[in-house]
Ligand binder design. Sequence first.
Ligand SMILES: Cc1cc2nc3c(=O)[nH]c(=O)nc-3n(C[C@H](O)[C@H](O)[C@H](O)COP(=O)(O)OP(=O)(O)OC[C@H]3O[C@@H](n4cnc5c(N)ncnc54)[C@H](O)[C@@H]3O)c2cc1C
Ligand code: FES
Length: 257
Amino acid sequence: MKEIHDFTILERRSLGDSYFSLLLGHGGKMQTTLPGQFVEVQVEGEPKVMLRRPISVHDVDEVAGTMTLMIQIVGSGTRRLAQLGVGERLNVVYPLGHGFSTDLPSGSHALLVGGGAGIAPLFYLAKVLKARGVECTVLLGGRSANLIPVSDAFEPYGRVCVTTDDGSRGHKGLVVSHPAFAERYDMVYTCGPTPMMKAVARSAAERGLRCEVSLENMMACGVGACLCCVTDTDQGHRCVCKDGPVFDISTMQKWYK
Ligand SMILES: Cc1cc2nc3c(=O)[nH]c(=O)nc-3n(C[C@H](O)[C@H](O)[C@H](O)COP(=O)(O)OP(=O)(O)OC[C@H]3O[C@@H](n4cnc5c(N)ncnc54)[C@H](O)[C@@H]3O)c2cc1C
Ligand code: FES
């Protein structure tokens, strides 16, 4: 069930380049939050930013009652969020949307493909899958090495492969050109820039692999009321905030073709 809460910033970490993370807690029990779900954060102290900003849940620690967000600074709202320090307050609506399917049998093999800020939700996903006995390959791509944050943090949860457009780290090229991408998987999950996700979805469909994409359309209300996040699916128009952000590509041919 979604709720609105004032969280306190317990830790703020710079992740190099334009990325940072915020560890949040509100001193109580967290609502059950699933990988792929997101929050809407209020940006206070920046008059230009009226609407809440959608941010994926990067990690959850149910025992400690904390949640982590990983954020890339791209505009006024995220720049203001980057100025917040430990002890400051952040008003959050959570958990929102439908997350990734994590009901894979133990021993199955999943591929998690992320790019840019789309890496954020894959971390919590990898943790949950590993706890369920699923073997994960995490394939992260970016224009250059400094635009691939937190890749080391994935290592306890699976094999980590990196691609960069300029070859400054890992395999040179796009994620779909990495040899690990061509292997056989029971499930493919992806979140990142739209062209990357479409390429992943097309390839997964051609190979008959099950695949889920997490869309990051611009949002306003975050709860299905304003229709500003609508995407065209094979089943008609769907709100990314309420019906997604995660969609199975078997319903998304119109989107990725
Ligand atoms: C479901 C969902 C989950 C998200 N998760 C994360 C996350 O975990 N970490 C993270 O850093 N970002 C995430 N985003 C993107 C984040 O919401 C935007 O970057 C943020 O709202 C931009 O706010 P701003 O005020 O800083 O920038 P604005 O001033 O609003 O915009 C700055 C620039 O960014 C572009 N932009 C804004 N929003 C988006 C978007 N959704 N997709 C592509 N371009 C955009 C604008 O067109 C503009 O060019 C997510 C978005 C969605 C919909
Ligand atoms: S953001 Fe308002 S309907 Fe999705």
